[in-house]
Write a new protein. Structure first.
Length: 273
C-alpha cells in the first residue's frame, strides 16, 4: 500500500480519481492513439509479464493484454484506490493499489510501460530506481509523458479558464510533481540514468487526439482544474461556469469533432544485463 512518501499525491488522486472513473470511456477514447503506441511496443518481442505504472482505470493494461494474448500477465499499478476500483478486469490482467516509488514488488517484469503515470513522483530518481529493481535484466521500459505547456495548448487553455475560478489555488511548481515535470528531455534523461537505466532514448511524439463535440462538456466537467472549479462552486452557479469555460475551447472544435493536439515524449530504456 501507499507509504507516506507520496501521501499527498495519494490523497489528491483518490479525490480526483472519481472524476476520472466517471469519464473513463471518454479518456480512453481521447488517449487511444497513445495507448496504441504502448501496445505496439509490447508486440516488439515476446513478453512474460508487463507492468503498467500509473494505470488509472486500466485502459493501457487491458490493451496490452489483448494485444499479447492470454499467456503474459499484465499488472496495472496505481496510487489511487478510486481509479483502481473503476478498472475493468478483462483477460489476464491484475490491478494493484500501490505507490510505484516505494512498493516492494514480489515479481519482476520484462516490460514496464506508462501513459502519463510517472510525472507525479516526489523523488523520480528513487522511483525509477525502484522500477528498475522490478525489471528483469535486459527488460525494457517505455513511457509516454507530456512535453512543455507551450506545446500542449488544450491543457493550458483549461488552466487559464479555471484560474479565475480558483483564486486561492497555489501556483504550479514547474520543478515539482505535475504533468510537465518531465518536459525537459535532457534533465529527464539524467533522472533515468541516475536511476540505473541503460540506453535511455527520448523521442518526440505528436498525435492529434479526438472526441465527439458532445463529449467536450462531460470531459471538462470531470477532469482537471475546470472540474475542481465546478466542484468548488455553488450548485446554482455550475451551469453558468460550464457555459463560460466551454467557449474557451472553440478553437479546438471542428464541426462535430474536438481535436486535441498532444505533444509528448516517448522514453525508452533497458535494464542492465
Amino acid at each position: 500500500m501507499t507509504s507516506e512518501v507520496n501521501s499527498e499525491q495519494a490523497k489528491w488522486w483518490n479525490a480526483a480519481g472519481e472524476g476520472w472513473a466517471n469519464a473513463q470511456d471518454i479518456v480512453d477514447l481521447v488517449l487511444r492513439p497513445l495507448e496504441e503506441l504502448l501496445a505496439q511496443k509490447a508486440l516488439e518481442r515476446p513478453r512474460h509479464r508487463v507492468l503498467d505504472v500509473g494505470c488509472g482505470t486500466g485502459a493501457v493494461t487491458r490493451a496490452i493484454a489483448k494485444a499479447l494474448g492470454d499467456a503474459p500477465e499484465c499488472v496495472g499499478l496505481d496510487i489511487s484506490q478510486t481509479m483502481i476500483a473503476g478498472a475493468a478486469r478483462e483477460g489476464n490482467v491484475r490491478f494493484v493499489v500501490a505507490d510505484a516509488q516505494t512498493h516492494t514488488f514480489d515479481e519482476t517484469f520484462d516490460l514496464v510501460v506508462s501513459r502519463f503515470g510517472v510525472m507525479f513522483f516526489e523523488d523520480p530518481t528513487a522511483a525509477f530506481r525502484n522500477l528498475l529493481r522490478a525489471t528483469t535484466p535486459g527488460g525494457e521500459l517505455c513511457f509516454i509523458t507530456w512535453r512543455t505547456p507551450e506545446e500542449n495548448s488544450f491543457m493550458t487553455t483549461a488552466q487559464k479558464a479555471a484560474a479565475p475560478l480558483l483564486p486561492d489555488a497555489p501556483p504550479l511548481d514547474p520543478n515539482g510533481p505535475g504533468p510537465f515535470s518531465l518536459a525537459d528531455a535532457d534533465n529527464t534523461k539524467k533522472l533515468f540514468e541516475q536511476g540505473g537505466w541503460d540506453g535511455v532514448v527520448i523521442q518526440p511524439v505528436d498525435r492529434v487526439c479526438t472526441m465527439p463535440e458532445k463529449l467536450l462538456v462531460p470531459y471538462l466537467s470531470n477532469l482537471g482544474p475546470i472540474a475542481r472549479a465546478i466542484k468548488a462552486a455553488d450548485v446554482d452557479e455550475r451551469p453558468r461556469i460550464i457555459d463560460d469555460v466551454r467557449g474557451a475551447f472553440d478553437e479546438f472544435v471542428h464541426g462535430d469533432e474536438v481535436r486535441v493536439p498532444a505533444a509528448c515524449w516517448q522514453i525508452t530504456a533497458s535494464a542492465p544485463l
